[in-house]
Design a protein around this ligand. Sequence first.
Ligand SMILES: [Zn+2]
Length: 464
Amino acid sequence: MSVNRTRLRQLRQIRRPLLETYWRLFNRRFYASCREQRRVRALPLTEIRRLQWQRLKELLQYAYENTDFYQQYFASAKLTPADIQRPEDLLQLPVTDKQTYRTHCRKILARHLREADLIPSNTSGSTGQPFRFYLDGVTEAANTSAAFALNKEAMGIVPWEKINELVLKVEPPNRIDLTGIARRGSLSLKEVLASEHIGICTNDITPANISAIAEIIQRRKLRAIYGYASSVFSLARYLSDRRCAPPMRYVIAIAEGMLKQQRGYISEVFGCPVYQDYGASECMRMGFECRCRSGYHMDLYNYYFEHLDGAKYAKEGSVGEIVVTNLNNYVFPFIRYRIGDLGEPCTGECGCGINLPIMRSLGGRPSEIITTPAGKDITVHAFTVLFEYLDRYVRQFQVVQSARDALVARIIPTGEMSDAVREHIRNEILNCVEKSMTVKVECVDEIATEVTGKRRLIVPLPRE
Ligand SMILES: [Zn+2]
C-alpha cells in the first residue's frame, strides 16, 4: 500500500471520532436527533406507528391551544384534539391546502414565539404561485437534517466521509458566481472535516457556462451532485457532449419526478448510482430511496401521511392523494395538508433492513392534468408511462396544451429521429387523447425551465 493510501485511510479513521465530537459539542440537537431516529428506524413498524401517533397527538394539542386558526379549525368540525382517538377520526377534520396557508398566514403562526425560532421560507412554486410560510428553527431544523444524514446512510453515503457536493437549485447555498473567481474564505474546522457544498443556480446551467462549471467541479473536487432532476439531467448532457463528465460518487435528485431513461442516462454519464429524495420546501425529506431503490421509504417519525380517495382513505394497494401532517413544525403547523402528489403505499418489507414502509410515487401532481375537449382528464402519469416506453427514442419530453383541442409534444430525442418514429409517437399520443385533439411532435434541443428553475412535463391550458 502506498504512503498516500495509508495516510488517507488514517484520515478516514480519525475523521469519524472528530466529527462526532464536533456534533456532540456544537450541534447537540442534530446529534441527539440522529441517535433517536436511528433507534426508531430499527423498531418494528407497529412501534414506529405508535410513536408517530403520539407525536401527532402532541402537535394537534399544541396547535389547538396556541394558534387562532387551528382553534377555529377544530371548532368548525365540532371537535377537540381529545376526540381524535383513531386514524379514521382524522377524516372529520378538514383537509388544508396552499390556499389555506396563504389566506390565514397570520392566524396559523403560533402565539408567544421567539423571533429566533422562526425561519421564513417560501415554496418554489411549481404551480406558479409561491407562498410564504415559516419553518420551525428548533425541532424541525434539527430533525430534518438528522433525517437527511440517515437517508444518505441508507444510500451507502456515510457522513464522516468527505465528499464535496455540487448543489443545483434556484437559490443554492454557497452559490458560485460563474463570471468571477470562485470565492474562498478561510476554512473553519468544520469545513476541513466535513463535506463542502458548492451551489450553482439552475439558470446558470447553459452550454455557454459548461467549461466554467467543469472547471469548478475539478478545482473544488466535487464528487457528488444534489439538485433538481431536470437540472442534473441537463448538466449530464452538456458535460457528456463536451466529453468532460467527471466520475461522481452519487447523485441525489430532488423536487421533480424523473423518467426511467433520465435516471439511466445520468447514472451512465457520471458512472454512479442515482437516488431520489421526496420532499417539498414546507415538508422536507418526506421520503427517500435506499440502496434497493424499490420506492420511497416514508419517514413516519417526522410526518403523518394519509392517502385519500376523495373524502375517504384510499383502498390498500391503490393510488391515493397524499395528505401530510408535519410533526416537527410547531411555529407554523401544517396539518392534513394536501401537498399535491399522488402515491401508492406498498406492503412488504424492503431488503435494506429499514422498517419504514415503502411508497411508490407516481411523480405527478394531480393539478397537472390536461382535459380533452371530450372532458377526459389525462394526468401527467399517462404521458410518463408513454414516454418511458419510448425510451429508445426520447430522452426528455414536455407536452403543452396550446389550445382546447391541440397538443404540442416537445421532445429531446436520443439521436436522429426518423419520420416513421415521429409519426409513431404522434399516433401514441393521439390514442392517449382518444383522437379528440390535434397533435404536433417537435424535436428540440432544449426544454425551457419555469421561473422556479424546474421543468414541467405537461403544461395544461390555464384554468378559467
Ligand atoms: Zn430499503
